[in-house]
Design a protein around this ligand. Structure first.
Ligand code: ADP
Ligand code: MG
Length: 590
Protein backbone atom coordinates (compact mmCIF):
# COMPACT_ATOMS: atom_id res chain seq x y z
CA UNK A 1 0.00 0.00 0.00
CA UNK A 2 0.90 3.64 0.02
CA UNK A 3 2.52 5.37 2.97
CA UNK A 4 0.29 6.40 5.85
CA UNK A 5 0.96 9.93 7.02
CA UNK A 6 0.28 11.05 10.51
CA UNK A 7 -0.99 14.54 11.39
CA UNK A 8 -1.65 16.44 14.62
CA UNK A 9 -5.00 18.07 15.10
CA UNK A 10 -5.03 21.77 15.69
CA UNK A 11 -5.26 22.27 19.47
CA UNK A 12 -8.83 23.55 19.28
CA UNK A 13 -9.97 20.49 17.42
CA UNK A 14 -8.64 18.21 20.12
CA UNK A 15 -10.39 20.27 22.72
CA UNK A 16 -13.63 20.23 20.79
CA UNK A 17 -13.46 16.48 20.32
CA UNK A 18 -12.82 16.00 24.03
CA UNK A 19 -15.87 18.05 24.86
CA UNK A 20 -18.02 16.27 22.37
CA UNK A 21 -17.06 12.84 23.53
CA UNK A 22 -17.13 13.56 27.23
CA UNK A 23 -19.99 15.91 27.81
CA UNK A 24 -22.39 16.14 24.94
CA UNK A 25 -23.46 12.56 24.71
CA UNK A 26 -27.09 13.19 25.55
CA UNK A 27 -27.46 14.55 22.03
CA UNK A 28 -25.71 11.69 20.32
CA UNK A 29 -28.21 11.32 17.54
CA UNK A 30 -27.28 14.66 15.95
CA UNK A 31 -24.30 13.02 14.29
CA UNK A 32 -26.47 11.76 11.47
CA UNK A 33 -28.04 15.12 10.79
CA UNK A 34 -24.60 16.75 10.71
CA UNK A 35 -23.09 14.20 8.36
CA UNK A 36 -26.07 14.17 6.04
CA UNK A 37 -26.09 17.92 5.96
CA UNK A 38 -22.39 17.91 5.06
CA UNK A 39 -23.16 15.44 2.29
CA UNK A 40 -25.95 17.68 1.10
CA UNK A 41 -23.62 20.72 1.20
CA UNK A 42 -21.02 18.79 -0.80
CA UNK A 43 -23.67 17.94 -3.40
CA UNK A 44 -24.84 21.54 -3.45
CA UNK A 45 -21.26 22.70 -4.06
CA UNK A 46 -20.80 20.24 -6.89
CA UNK A 47 -24.08 21.21 -8.47
CA UNK A 48 -23.22 24.88 -8.16
CA UNK A 49 -19.68 24.55 -9.56
CA UNK A 50 -20.83 22.29 -12.41
CA UNK A 51 -22.82 25.15 -13.80
CA UNK A 52 -19.58 26.81 -14.89
CA UNK A 53 -17.34 23.73 -14.89
CA UNK A 54 -19.37 20.90 -16.37
CA UNK A 55 -16.29 18.65 -16.39
CA UNK A 56 -16.55 18.40 -12.59
CA UNK A 57 -19.56 16.12 -12.75
CA UNK A 58 -18.49 14.20 -15.82
CA UNK A 59 -18.27 10.97 -13.79
CA UNK A 60 -21.92 10.55 -14.32
CA UNK A 61 -22.75 9.38 -10.79
CA UNK A 62 -26.19 10.55 -9.66
CA UNK A 63 -26.28 13.24 -7.03
CA UNK A 64 -27.44 11.36 -3.99
CA UNK A 65 -26.77 10.27 -0.42
CA UNK A 66 -26.73 6.65 0.71
CA UNK A 67 -26.78 5.53 4.30
CA UNK A 68 -26.07 1.94 5.20
CA UNK A 69 -26.37 0.41 8.66
CA UNK A 70 -24.57 -2.83 9.38
CA UNK A 71 -25.94 -3.96 12.68
CA UNK A 72 -23.83 -7.09 12.95
CA UNK A 73 -20.63 -5.08 12.90
CA UNK A 74 -21.92 -1.86 14.42
CA UNK A 75 -20.99 0.21 11.38
CA UNK A 76 -22.78 3.04 9.60
CA UNK A 77 -21.59 4.41 6.27
CA UNK A 78 -22.75 7.64 4.71
CA UNK A 79 -21.83 8.03 1.06
CA UNK A 80 -22.37 11.04 -1.13
CA UNK A 81 -21.46 11.84 -4.72
CA UNK A 82 -20.64 15.45 -3.95
CA UNK A 83 -17.58 17.60 -4.35
CA UNK A 84 -15.27 15.45 -2.20
CA UNK A 85 -11.96 16.68 -0.81
CA UNK A 86 -8.41 16.78 -2.04
CA UNK A 87 -5.58 15.82 0.31
CA UNK A 88 -5.05 19.48 1.26
CA UNK A 89 -8.73 19.98 1.84
CA UNK A 90 -8.82 16.96 4.11
CA UNK A 91 -6.15 18.53 6.28
CA UNK A 92 -7.80 21.94 6.19
CA UNK A 93 -11.34 20.76 6.79
CA UNK A 94 -10.96 17.86 9.15
CA UNK A 95 -7.83 18.83 11.05
CA UNK A 96 -8.42 22.47 11.84
CA UNK A 97 -11.31 24.65 12.80
CA UNK A 98 -11.51 26.96 9.88
CA UNK A 99 -15.20 27.04 10.04
CA UNK A 100 -16.76 29.95 11.84
CA UNK A 101 -19.76 28.14 13.29
CA UNK A 102 -17.59 25.69 15.15
CA UNK A 103 -15.32 28.48 16.31
CA UNK A 104 -18.35 30.25 17.71
CA UNK A 105 -19.41 27.08 19.39
CA UNK A 106 -16.06 26.87 21.13
CA UNK A 107 -16.31 30.44 22.25
CA UNK A 108 -19.80 29.89 23.59
CA UNK A 109 -18.54 26.88 25.47
CA UNK A 110 -15.80 28.97 26.98
CA UNK A 111 -18.29 31.62 28.03
CA UNK A 112 -20.79 29.15 29.31
CA UNK A 113 -20.60 28.50 33.04
CA UNK A 114 -21.08 24.80 32.79
CA UNK A 115 -18.69 23.71 30.11
CA UNK A 116 -20.41 21.17 27.97
CA UNK A 117 -23.83 22.64 28.35
CA UNK A 118 -26.05 20.11 26.66
CA UNK A 119 -28.04 22.71 24.81
CA UNK A 120 -25.07 24.12 23.01
CA UNK A 121 -24.62 21.25 20.65
CA UNK A 122 -28.18 21.60 19.52
CA UNK A 123 -27.77 25.32 19.05
CA UNK A 124 -24.51 25.33 17.18
CA UNK A 125 -24.07 21.99 15.61
CA UNK A 126 -20.50 20.81 15.89
CA UNK A 127 -20.36 19.50 12.38
CA UNK A 128 -18.12 16.70 11.33
CA UNK A 129 -16.67 15.99 14.77
CA UNK A 130 -20.08 14.95 16.02
CA UNK A 131 -19.17 11.65 14.35
CA UNK A 132 -17.10 11.00 17.48
CA UNK A 133 -20.19 11.24 19.63
CA UNK A 134 -20.98 7.73 18.52
CA UNK A 135 -17.76 6.34 17.06
CA UNK A 136 -14.51 4.89 18.27
CA UNK A 137 -13.08 5.22 14.83
CA UNK A 138 -14.03 7.24 11.77
CA UNK A 139 -12.79 6.75 8.23
CA UNK A 140 -13.38 9.33 5.49
CA UNK A 141 -12.71 8.11 1.98
CA UNK A 142 -12.96 10.95 -0.48
CA UNK A 143 -12.40 11.71 -4.12
CA UNK A 144 -12.43 15.21 -5.45
CA UNK A 145 -12.99 15.76 -9.16
CA UNK A 146 -10.00 18.11 -8.95
CA UNK A 147 -7.69 15.19 -8.14
CA UNK A 148 -6.97 11.80 -9.71
CA UNK A 149 -6.53 10.20 -6.36
CA UNK A 150 -8.77 9.06 -3.60
CA UNK A 151 -7.64 9.60 -0.02
CA UNK A 152 -8.61 8.06 3.25
CA UNK A 153 -8.62 10.10 6.43
CA UNK A 154 -8.75 8.07 9.63
CA UNK A 155 -9.21 9.28 13.18
CA UNK A 156 -9.95 7.75 16.52
CA UNK A 157 -11.80 9.10 19.52
CA UNK A 158 -9.49 10.43 22.23
CA UNK A 159 -6.49 10.66 19.90
CA UNK A 160 -4.51 13.78 19.14
CA UNK A 161 -3.51 12.60 15.69
CA UNK A 162 -5.15 11.36 12.53
CA UNK A 163 -3.78 9.75 9.40
CA UNK A 164 -4.20 10.24 5.68
CA UNK A 165 -3.27 7.70 3.03
CA UNK A 166 -3.97 7.19 -0.59
CA UNK A 167 -6.50 4.54 -1.51
CA UNK A 168 -4.90 1.81 -3.58
CA UNK A 169 -7.51 -0.92 -3.46
CA UNK A 170 -9.37 -0.58 -6.78
CA UNK A 171 -12.40 -2.27 -5.20
CA UNK A 172 -12.87 0.64 -2.85
CA UNK A 173 -12.64 3.51 -5.32
CA UNK A 174 -15.49 5.99 -5.47
CA UNK A 175 -16.60 7.61 -8.73
CA UNK A 176 -16.60 10.92 -6.89
CA UNK A 177 -17.57 12.21 -3.47
CA UNK A 178 -17.13 11.00 0.07
CA UNK A 179 -17.82 7.90 2.09
CA UNK A 180 -17.75 8.21 5.86
CA UNK A 181 -17.48 4.98 7.82
CA UNK A 182 -18.40 5.12 11.48
CA UNK A 183 -17.24 2.30 13.71
CA UNK A 184 -19.76 2.73 16.48
CA UNK A 185 -18.78 2.46 20.09
CA UNK A 186 -20.46 0.82 23.08
CA UNK A 187 -24.17 1.52 23.36
CA UNK A 188 -24.03 3.78 20.30
CA UNK A 189 -24.04 0.51 18.35
CA UNK A 190 -27.83 0.67 18.66
CA UNK A 191 -27.77 3.32 15.92
CA UNK A 192 -26.60 0.73 13.40
CA UNK A 193 -30.12 -0.61 12.89
CA UNK A 194 -31.71 0.18 9.56
CA UNK A 195 -35.00 1.15 11.22
CA UNK A 196 -33.26 3.48 13.64
CA UNK A 197 -31.36 5.18 10.85
CA UNK A 198 -34.50 5.57 8.77
CA UNK A 199 -36.35 7.08 11.65
CA UNK A 200 -33.63 9.63 12.35
CA UNK A 201 -33.33 10.52 8.69
CA UNK A 202 -37.05 10.94 8.34
CA UNK A 203 -37.09 13.26 11.28
CA UNK A 204 -34.10 15.41 10.45
CA UNK A 205 -33.42 15.14 6.79
CA UNK A 206 -36.59 14.21 4.98
CA UNK A 207 -36.56 17.49 3.13
CA UNK A 208 -32.95 17.48 2.01
CA UNK A 209 -33.15 18.29 -1.67
CA UNK A 210 -31.07 15.31 -2.84
CA UNK A 211 -32.37 11.77 -2.76
CA UNK A 212 -31.42 9.90 0.39
CA UNK A 213 -31.37 6.12 0.21
CA UNK A 214 -31.06 3.64 3.03
CA UNK A 215 -30.02 0.01 2.70
CA UNK A 216 -33.04 -2.00 3.69
CA UNK A 217 -34.16 -5.54 3.96
CA UNK A 218 -37.16 -6.28 1.85
CA UNK A 219 -39.21 -9.33 1.17
CA UNK A 220 -41.67 -10.74 -1.29
CA UNK A 221 -43.81 -13.84 -1.01
CA UNK A 222 -43.17 -16.68 -3.33
CA UNK A 223 -44.75 -20.10 -3.75
CA UNK A 224 -42.33 -22.99 -3.47
CA UNK A 225 -42.87 -26.72 -3.88
CA UNK A 226 -42.75 -28.68 -0.69
CA UNK A 227 -40.76 -31.85 -0.79
CA UNK A 228 -42.51 -34.89 0.60
CA UNK A 229 -41.17 -36.15 3.86
CA UNK A 230 -39.34 -39.33 2.78
CA UNK A 231 -40.82 -41.31 5.68
CA UNK A 232 -44.32 -40.27 4.71
CA UNK A 233 -43.60 -41.07 1.10
CA UNK A 234 -42.58 -44.62 1.93
CA UNK A 235 -45.67 -45.26 4.00
CA UNK A 236 -48.04 -44.11 1.27
CA UNK A 237 -46.00 -45.78 -1.43
CA UNK A 238 -48.87 -46.69 -3.70
CA UNK A 239 -50.42 -43.25 -3.67
CA UNK A 240 -47.28 -41.38 -4.67
CA UNK A 241 -48.00 -41.34 -8.36
CA UNK A 242 -51.44 -39.78 -8.01
CA UNK A 243 -50.58 -37.20 -5.40
CA UNK A 244 -50.63 -33.51 -6.39
CA UNK A 245 -47.54 -31.46 -5.85
CA UNK A 246 -47.70 -29.51 -2.58
CA UNK A 247 -46.69 -25.84 -2.42
CA UNK A 248 -46.32 -23.34 0.36
CA UNK A 249 -45.80 -19.59 0.59
CA UNK A 250 -42.46 -18.36 1.81
CA UNK A 251 -41.06 -14.89 2.16
CA UNK A 252 -37.96 -14.34 0.12
CA UNK A 253 -35.69 -11.78 1.78
CA UNK A 254 -33.26 -9.51 0.00
CA UNK A 255 -31.55 -6.16 0.55
CA UNK A 256 -31.82 -3.08 -1.60
CA UNK A 257 -31.64 0.71 -1.55
CA UNK A 258 -34.83 2.45 -0.61
CA UNK A 259 -35.39 6.14 -1.06
CA UNK A 260 -36.66 7.71 2.14
CA UNK A 261 -37.30 11.29 1.08
CA UNK A 262 -39.66 10.70 -1.78
CA UNK A 263 -41.27 14.08 -2.05
CA UNK A 264 -39.90 17.43 -2.94
CA UNK A 265 -40.38 19.66 0.09
CA UNK A 266 -43.89 20.96 -0.10
CA UNK A 267 -42.84 24.53 0.59
CA UNK A 268 -40.52 24.56 -2.41
CA UNK A 269 -43.39 23.86 -4.74
CA UNK A 270 -45.47 26.48 -6.43
CA UNK A 271 -48.42 27.29 -4.13
CA UNK A 272 -50.69 27.32 -7.16
CA UNK A 273 -49.90 23.68 -7.80
CA UNK A 274 -50.45 22.31 -4.32
CA UNK A 275 -53.89 21.00 -3.41
CA UNK A 276 -55.48 21.63 -0.02
CA UNK A 277 -55.37 17.91 0.67
CA UNK A 278 -51.60 17.94 0.16
CA UNK A 279 -51.19 20.74 2.67
CA UNK A 280 -53.36 18.80 5.08
CA UNK A 281 -51.42 15.62 4.60
CA UNK A 282 -48.14 17.41 5.06
CA UNK A 283 -49.53 18.90 8.25
CA UNK A 284 -50.71 15.57 9.59
CA UNK A 285 -47.38 13.93 8.81
CA UNK A 286 -45.18 16.70 10.05
CA UNK A 287 -46.98 17.27 13.32
CA UNK A 288 -48.27 13.77 13.94
CA UNK A 289 -51.85 14.96 13.89
CA UNK A 290 -55.08 13.23 13.09
CA UNK A 291 -57.18 16.32 12.54
CA UNK A 292 -56.81 18.51 9.51
CA UNK A 293 -55.91 22.12 10.20
CA UNK A 294 -58.48 24.91 10.18
CA UNK A 295 -56.49 26.91 7.64
CA UNK A 296 -53.15 27.08 5.94
CA UNK A 297 -51.06 29.60 4.05
CA UNK A 298 -48.03 29.11 1.84
CA UNK A 299 -45.79 31.90 0.73
CA UNK A 300 -42.38 32.87 -0.54
CA UNK A 301 -40.61 36.12 0.02
CA UNK A 302 -37.91 37.43 -2.21
CA UNK A 303 -35.80 40.50 -2.38
CA UNK A 304 -34.19 41.69 0.77
CA UNK A 305 -34.73 38.45 2.60
CA UNK A 306 -35.56 35.10 1.18
CA UNK A 307 -37.59 32.51 2.93
CA UNK A 308 -40.45 30.16 2.33
CA UNK A 309 -43.06 29.09 4.74
CA UNK A 310 -46.20 27.08 5.18
CA UNK A 311 -48.25 28.06 8.22
CA UNK A 312 -51.29 26.42 9.76
CA UNK A 313 -54.03 27.14 12.27
CA UNK A 314 -54.61 23.86 14.08
CA UNK A 315 -58.19 22.83 14.68
CA UNK A 316 -57.43 22.08 18.31
CA UNK A 317 -54.94 24.01 20.42
CA UNK A 318 -51.71 22.06 19.80
CA UNK A 319 -50.68 21.93 23.42
CA UNK A 320 -54.01 21.59 25.14
CA UNK A 321 -56.00 24.32 26.77
CA UNK A 322 -53.25 26.01 28.70
CA UNK A 323 -50.84 26.40 25.84
CA UNK A 324 -50.51 30.07 26.66
CA UNK A 325 -48.48 29.04 29.66
CA UNK A 326 -46.36 26.74 27.61
CA UNK A 327 -43.34 28.46 26.15
CA UNK A 328 -41.86 25.40 24.47
CA UNK A 329 -44.46 24.63 21.89
CA UNK A 330 -42.41 23.03 19.11
CA UNK A 331 -44.88 24.36 16.61
CA UNK A 332 -42.52 25.96 14.12
CA UNK A 333 -39.95 23.83 12.37
CA UNK A 334 -37.05 25.94 11.19
CA UNK A 335 -35.06 24.82 8.16
CA UNK A 336 -32.05 26.47 6.65
CA UNK A 337 -31.72 25.55 3.00
CA UNK A 338 -33.97 22.54 3.54
CA UNK A 339 -31.94 21.13 6.40
CA UNK A 340 -33.98 20.85 9.55
CA UNK A 341 -32.43 23.01 12.26
CA UNK A 342 -34.77 23.03 15.21
CA UNK A 343 -38.34 23.21 16.40
CA UNK A 344 -37.20 24.96 19.51
CA UNK A 345 -37.15 28.49 18.17
CA UNK A 346 -40.86 29.24 17.83
CA UNK A 347 -40.60 31.82 20.59
CA UNK A 348 -38.10 33.69 18.44
CA UNK A 349 -40.29 33.58 15.36
CA UNK A 350 -43.77 34.21 16.78
CA UNK A 351 -44.98 36.16 19.79
CA UNK A 352 -46.36 34.09 22.65
CA UNK A 353 -49.98 34.86 21.92
CA UNK A 354 -49.60 33.42 18.43
CA UNK A 355 -47.89 30.32 19.79
CA UNK A 356 -50.67 28.15 18.43
CA UNK A 357 -49.58 28.75 14.83
CA UNK A 358 -47.80 25.75 13.37
CA UNK A 359 -45.68 25.43 10.31
CA UNK A 360 -42.33 25.28 8.63
CA UNK A 361 -40.01 28.13 7.80
CA UNK A 362 -37.09 27.63 5.44
CA UNK A 363 -34.56 30.41 5.15
CA UNK A 364 -31.71 30.78 2.70
CA UNK A 365 -30.18 33.68 4.57
CA UNK A 366 -29.45 32.11 7.94
CA UNK A 367 -26.36 30.02 8.72
CA UNK A 368 -26.87 26.30 9.14
CA UNK A 369 -25.53 26.49 12.65
CA UNK A 370 -27.99 29.18 13.62
CA UNK A 371 -28.50 29.58 17.34
CA UNK A 372 -31.08 31.27 19.53
CA UNK A 373 -28.61 34.12 20.06
CA UNK A 374 -28.24 34.60 16.33
CA UNK A 375 -31.99 34.53 15.90
CA UNK A 376 -32.53 37.09 18.61
CA UNK A 377 -30.04 39.54 17.23
CA UNK A 378 -30.47 39.04 13.54
CA UNK A 379 -31.95 41.76 11.43
CA UNK A 380 -33.00 39.08 8.97
CA UNK A 381 -35.00 37.34 11.67
CA UNK A 382 -36.65 40.58 12.71
CA UNK A 383 -37.90 40.98 9.18
CA UNK A 384 -38.92 37.35 8.97
CA UNK A 385 -40.85 37.66 12.21
CA UNK A 386 -42.77 40.63 10.91
CA UNK A 387 -43.74 38.92 7.68
CA UNK A 388 -44.61 35.66 9.35
CA UNK A 389 -46.92 37.42 11.75
CA UNK A 390 -48.53 39.43 8.98
CA UNK A 391 -49.14 36.24 7.00
CA UNK A 392 -50.57 34.54 10.06
CA UNK A 393 -53.03 37.42 10.52
CA UNK A 394 -53.95 37.24 6.85
CA UNK A 395 -54.62 33.55 7.25
CA UNK A 396 -56.88 34.16 10.23
CA UNK A 397 -58.68 36.94 8.41
CA UNK A 398 -59.19 34.42 5.63
CA UNK A 399 -61.05 32.18 8.06
CA UNK A 400 -63.18 35.11 9.18
CA UNK A 401 -64.21 35.77 5.60
CA UNK A 402 -64.99 32.17 4.85
CA UNK A 403 -68.45 31.42 3.49
CA UNK A 404 -68.80 28.88 6.21
CA UNK A 405 -69.51 30.97 9.30
CA UNK A 406 -68.88 28.01 11.59
CA UNK A 407 -65.20 28.12 10.75
CA UNK A 408 -64.56 31.44 12.38
CA UNK A 409 -66.86 30.64 15.27
CA UNK A 410 -64.75 27.58 15.90
CA UNK A 411 -61.58 29.60 15.55
CA UNK A 412 -62.82 32.27 17.91
CA UNK A 413 -63.96 29.77 20.49
CA UNK A 414 -60.53 28.14 20.48
CA UNK A 415 -58.18 31.07 20.01
CA UNK A 416 -60.18 34.16 20.96
CA UNK A 417 -58.34 34.46 24.23
CA UNK A 418 -55.01 34.36 22.37
CA UNK A 419 -55.95 37.36 20.28
CA UNK A 420 -57.20 39.22 23.33
CA UNK A 421 -53.86 38.55 24.96
CA UNK A 422 -52.38 40.00 21.79
CA UNK A 423 -54.30 43.25 22.44
CA UNK A 424 -52.50 43.44 25.76
CA UNK A 425 -49.04 42.31 24.71
CA UNK A 426 -48.62 43.59 21.18
CA UNK A 427 -49.62 47.21 20.74
CA UNK A 428 -47.84 47.38 17.39
CA UNK A 429 -50.24 44.91 15.88
CA UNK A 430 -53.52 46.29 17.15
CA UNK A 431 -54.52 47.14 13.62
CA UNK A 432 -54.28 43.46 12.67
CA UNK A 433 -55.80 42.06 15.83
CA UNK A 434 -58.75 44.39 16.42
CA UNK A 435 -60.71 43.46 13.28
CA UNK A 436 -60.52 39.82 14.35
CA UNK A 437 -62.16 40.34 17.74
CA UNK A 438 -65.74 39.24 18.37
CA UNK A 439 -68.27 40.22 21.05
CA UNK A 440 -71.89 39.80 21.92
CA UNK A 441 -73.89 42.99 22.01
CA UNK A 442 -77.20 44.43 23.08
CA UNK A 443 -78.40 43.98 19.51
CA UNK A 444 -76.82 40.63 18.90
CA UNK A 445 -76.81 38.50 21.99
CA UNK A 446 -76.65 35.15 20.24
CA UNK A 447 -74.22 35.73 17.44
CA UNK A 448 -71.02 37.58 18.09
CA UNK A 449 -70.23 40.66 16.05
CA UNK A 450 -67.01 42.25 14.90
CA UNK A 451 -65.96 45.80 15.67
CA UNK A 452 -66.49 46.61 12.01
CA UNK A 453 -70.07 45.48 12.28
CA UNK A 454 -70.47 47.61 15.39
CA UNK A 455 -69.05 50.67 13.69
CA UNK A 456 -71.28 50.22 10.67
CA UNK A 457 -74.27 50.07 12.97
CA UNK A 458 -73.40 53.28 14.81
CA UNK A 459 -75.84 56.18 14.84
CA UNK A 460 -74.83 59.14 12.68
CA UNK A 461 -74.01 61.32 15.68
CA UNK A 462 -72.58 58.51 17.81
CA UNK A 463 -68.93 59.15 18.61
CA UNK A 464 -67.96 56.30 20.88
CA UNK A 465 -68.15 52.53 21.08
CA UNK A 466 -70.13 51.58 24.17
CA UNK A 467 -69.42 48.53 26.23
CA UNK A 468 -70.34 46.96 29.50
CA UNK A 469 -68.30 44.28 31.23
CA UNK A 470 -70.26 41.62 33.01
CA UNK A 471 -70.11 37.97 33.91
CA UNK A 472 -72.82 36.93 31.46
CA UNK A 473 -74.91 38.15 28.59
CA UNK A 474 -78.03 37.86 30.76
CA UNK A 475 -76.57 40.10 33.44
CA UNK A 476 -75.31 42.56 30.88
CA UNK A 477 -78.75 42.77 29.28
CA UNK A 478 -80.43 43.49 32.59
CA UNK A 479 -78.10 46.07 34.01
CA UNK A 480 -79.70 49.45 34.63
CA UNK A 481 -76.72 51.16 32.97
CA UNK A 482 -78.00 50.06 29.63
CA UNK A 483 -81.57 51.39 29.85
CA UNK A 484 -81.00 54.75 28.29
CA UNK A 485 -78.84 53.36 25.53
CA UNK A 486 -81.47 50.79 24.63
CA UNK A 487 -84.05 53.49 24.58
CA UNK A 488 -81.93 55.48 22.14
CA UNK A 489 -81.23 52.35 20.12
CA UNK A 490 -77.48 52.60 20.77
CA UNK A 491 -75.65 49.30 20.55
CA UNK A 492 -73.60 48.17 23.56
CA UNK A 493 -70.89 45.51 23.44
CA UNK A 494 -71.12 42.87 26.13
CA UNK A 495 -67.70 41.96 27.45
CA UNK A 496 -68.40 38.71 29.20
CA UNK A 497 -64.98 37.06 29.13
CA UNK A 498 -62.77 38.11 32.07
CA UNK A 499 -59.93 39.17 29.76
CA UNK A 500 -62.21 41.25 27.49
CA UNK A 501 -62.17 44.39 29.55
CA UNK A 502 -58.38 44.61 29.80
CA UNK A 503 -58.04 43.85 26.12
CA UNK A 504 -60.45 46.64 25.21
CA UNK A 505 -58.75 49.07 27.56
CA UNK A 506 -55.49 48.34 25.77
CA UNK A 507 -57.04 48.94 22.38
CA UNK A 508 -58.42 52.29 23.60
CA UNK A 509 -60.11 52.98 20.27
CA UNK A 510 -61.15 51.37 17.03
CA UNK A 511 -61.23 53.35 13.81
CA UNK A 512 -60.77 56.46 15.92
CA UNK A 513 -63.80 55.67 18.01
CA UNK A 514 -63.10 55.48 21.70
CA UNK A 515 -64.26 52.58 23.79
CA UNK A 516 -66.51 53.87 26.57
CA UNK A 517 -67.51 51.89 29.63
CA UNK A 518 -71.19 52.67 30.24
CA UNK A 519 -70.90 51.67 33.88
CA UNK A 520 -68.57 54.54 34.61
CA UNK A 521 -69.32 58.03 35.81
CA UNK A 522 -69.65 60.82 33.28
CA UNK A 523 -71.22 58.91 30.42
CA UNK A 524 -72.15 61.49 27.83
CA UNK A 525 -74.94 60.46 25.54
CA UNK A 526 -75.11 63.76 23.77
CA UNK A 527 -77.45 66.74 24.09
CA UNK A 528 -80.18 65.95 26.54
CA UNK A 529 -82.87 67.36 28.86
CA UNK A 530 -83.04 71.12 28.69
CA UNK A 531 -84.36 71.03 32.23
CA UNK A 532 -81.28 69.18 33.56
CA UNK A 533 -80.15 72.08 35.71
CA UNK A 534 -83.60 72.40 37.15
CA UNK A 535 -83.76 68.73 38.02
CA UNK A 536 -80.32 68.90 39.57
CA UNK A 537 -81.43 71.77 41.76
CA UNK A 538 -84.63 70.11 42.72
CA UNK A 539 -82.92 66.90 43.83
CA UNK A 540 -79.71 68.43 45.20
CA UNK A 541 -80.88 68.11 48.79
CA UNK A 542 -82.00 64.52 48.27
CA UNK A 543 -78.55 63.66 46.91
CA UNK A 544 -76.86 65.26 49.90
CA UNK A 545 -79.11 63.29 52.23
CA UNK A 546 -78.33 59.98 50.52
CA UNK A 547 -74.62 60.72 50.55
CA UNK A 548 -74.79 61.39 54.31
CA UNK A 549 -76.65 58.14 54.89
CA UNK A 550 -74.20 56.08 52.84
CA UNK A 551 -71.11 57.87 54.10
CA UNK A 552 -67.82 56.37 52.86
CA UNK A 553 -69.53 53.60 50.94
CA UNK A 554 -69.89 55.86 47.92
CA UNK A 555 -67.71 58.62 46.52
CA UNK A 556 -70.58 60.83 45.42
CA UNK A 557 -74.32 60.88 44.72
CA UNK A 558 -75.42 62.60 41.53
CA UNK A 559 -78.42 63.30 39.40
CA UNK A 560 -77.95 61.66 36.02
CA UNK A 561 -79.83 61.30 32.79
CA UNK A 562 -78.45 57.87 32.04
CA UNK A 563 -81.41 55.90 33.43
CA UNK A 564 -84.91 55.63 32.11
CA UNK A 565 -86.88 53.27 34.34
CA UNK A 566 -84.56 52.29 37.20
CA UNK A 567 -84.49 54.81 40.04
CA UNK A 568 -80.76 54.62 40.66
CA UNK A 569 -77.55 52.86 39.69
CA UNK A 570 -74.13 52.34 41.25
CA UNK A 571 -71.57 53.69 38.79
CA UNK A 572 -67.82 53.52 38.96
CA UNK A 573 -65.61 56.57 38.95
CA UNK A 574 -64.08 57.34 35.59
CA UNK A 575 -60.62 56.26 36.65
CA UNK A 576 -61.57 53.50 39.06
CA UNK A 577 -61.87 49.80 38.41
CA UNK A 578 -65.15 48.79 36.89
CA UNK A 579 -67.47 46.73 39.05
CA UNK A 580 -66.64 43.77 36.85
CA UNK A 581 -62.90 44.19 37.45
CA UNK A 582 -63.45 44.44 41.18
CA UNK A 583 -65.49 41.28 41.05
CA UNK A 584 -62.69 39.52 39.14
CA UNK A 585 -60.01 40.70 41.49
CA UNK A 586 -62.00 39.58 44.48
CA UNK A 587 -62.49 36.19 42.85
CA UNK A 588 -58.78 35.91 42.30
CA UNK A 589 -57.91 36.81 45.88
CA UNK A 590 -60.23 34.24 47.41
P1 ADP B 1 -19.45 22.94 8.21
O1 ADP B 1 -20.28 21.92 7.50
O2 ADP B 1 -20.27 23.85 9.06
O3 ADP B 1 -18.51 23.66 7.31
P2 ADP B 1 -18.29 20.61 9.38
O4 ADP B 1 -17.46 20.37 10.58
O5 ADP B 1 -19.59 19.90 9.32
O6 ADP B 1 -18.50 22.15 9.25
O7 ADP B 1 -17.45 20.23 8.12
C1 ADP B 1 -16.18 20.82 7.95
C2 ADP B 1 -15.80 20.87 6.50
O8 ADP B 1 -15.43 19.57 6.04
C3 ADP B 1 -16.89 21.30 5.57
O9 ADP B 1 -16.96 22.70 5.48
C4 ADP B 1 -16.44 20.70 4.24
O10 ADP B 1 -15.48 21.53 3.61
C5 ADP B 1 -15.74 19.43 4.68
N1 ADP B 1 -16.63 18.28 4.54
C6 ADP B 1 -17.27 17.63 5.53
N2 ADP B 1 -18.01 16.61 5.04
C7 ADP B 1 -17.84 16.63 3.71
C8 ADP B 1 -18.34 15.83 2.63
N3 ADP B 1 -19.20 14.82 2.83
N4 ADP B 1 -17.91 16.13 1.37
C9 ADP B 1 -17.07 17.16 1.15
N5 ADP B 1 -16.58 17.94 2.12
C10 ADP B 1 -16.94 17.69 3.38
MG1 MG C 1 -21.48 20.63 8.54
Amino acid sequence: GSPVEKYEYQAEVSRLMDLIVNSLYSNQEVFLRELVSNASDALDKLRFLSVTQPELSKDSAELDIRVQADKDNGIITITDTGIGMTREELVDCLGTIAQSGTAKFLKALKDSKEAGDNNLIGQFGVGFYSAFLVSDKVAVATKSPKSDKQYVWEGEANASTYTIREETDPERLLPRGTRITLHLKGDAKQFAHPERVQKLLKNYSQFVSFPIYTWEEKGFTKEVEVEEDPAEAKKDDEEVQTKEKKTKKVIEKYWDWERINETKPLWLRNPKEVATEEYNEFYRNTFNEYLDPLASTHFTTEGEIEFRSVLYVPTMPPNGQDDLMNSKTKNIRLYVKRVFISDDFDGELFPRYMGFIRGVVDSSDLPLNVSREILQESRIVRMMRKRLLKKAFDMIRGISMSENKDDYEKFWETYGKHLKLGCIEDVDNHKHIAPLLRFFSSQSDEEMISLDEYVENMKPDQKDIYFIASDSVTHAKNTPFIEKLLEKDLEVLFLVDPIDEVAIQNLKAYKEKKFVDISKEGLDLGAENENETEVKQEFGKTCDWIKRRLGDKVASVQVSNRLSSSPCVLATGQFGFSANMERLMKARQS
